[in-house]
Write a protein that binds this ligand. Structure first.
Ligand SMILES: C[S@@+](CC[C@H](N)C(=O)[O-])C[C@H]1O[C@@H](n2cnc3c(N)ncnc32)[C@H](O)[C@@H]1O
Length: 198
């Protein structure tokens, strides 16, 4: 079981390169909180977890501390920082050593991550939907990794029209359910959703 205090101190203040995190706008923090407070239901112990667009790796760190076997992915040029963050925040505290790996959305998925070999219990993603040119590729990637029995948990804020379009396409592709919505006035648009794939 993860001690929340321990996680918050290590991740928030000590190791993660916080210049890459806008704490107030961090959906990663929100998902971490969700994973931690729902760890009994989710039971990540020994589960295979993939994070896509991991950035600093905050969510991957928490999943690893909660006992998961984590593969944390992002574009090749951010892997060094990701690897350092994973290592410094989990060494000696996690059942499984989290791995950092390159994954560019939509690129060579079946070659690099053949679905017959790579099966995940959970796919995690935070703040991967915003104004960029790879939303179609992102959806292709989510579909690729979501096999029967996989749960995708995605936390995001809907900011742009294109985000809404993505969400609609997403809901057409998967059976979805909203897990949590932040009712705080200051963050009224923030929502955290869990989409369970069939
Ligand atoms: C806004 S950041 C979110 C990072 C982290 N998930 C969080 O919530 O703090 C978006 C992340 O997606 C990654 N990303 C953007 N385009 C990508 C692509 N085409 N393939 C893979 N990762 C991508 C970026 O490198 C970045 O780490």
């Amino acid at each position: 079981m993860v001690e929340t205090k321990h996680v918050q101190i290590q991740i928030g203040l000590k190791y993660i390169d916080i210049k890459y995190i806008d704490i107030l706008e961090s959906y990663a923090l929100a998902l971490c909180h969700y994973l931690d407070t729902h760890h009994e239901q989710l039971n990540l112990v020994d589960k295979a977890v993939l994070e896509i667009g991991a950035g600093t790796g905050l969510v991957s760190v928490v999943a690893a501390l909660l006992g998961a076997w984590v593969t944390s992915t992002d574009l090749p040029d951010v892997l060094n920082t990701l690897r350092v963050n994973l290592s410094r925040n989990t060494r000696g505290h996690s059942r499984h050593t989290p791995q950092a790996a390159a994954l560019s959305w939509g690129c060579g998925l079946e070659t690099t991550y053949p679905s017959s070999v790579y099966r995940y219990d959970y796919v995690l993603a935070t703040d991967v939907v915003y104004h960029h040119d790879f939303l179609d590729e992102l959806l292709v990637t989510m579909k690729h990794f979501c096999q029967p029995g996989t749960t995708l948990i995605w936390a995001n804020k809907v900011r742009f029209e294109s985000d809404l379009t993505f969400t609609e396409n997403f809901k057409k592709a998967f059976h979805t359910s909203l897990l949590y919505e932040d009712g705080d006035e200051r963050k009224v648009e923030r929502c955290h959703s869990s989409f369970v794939c069939l």
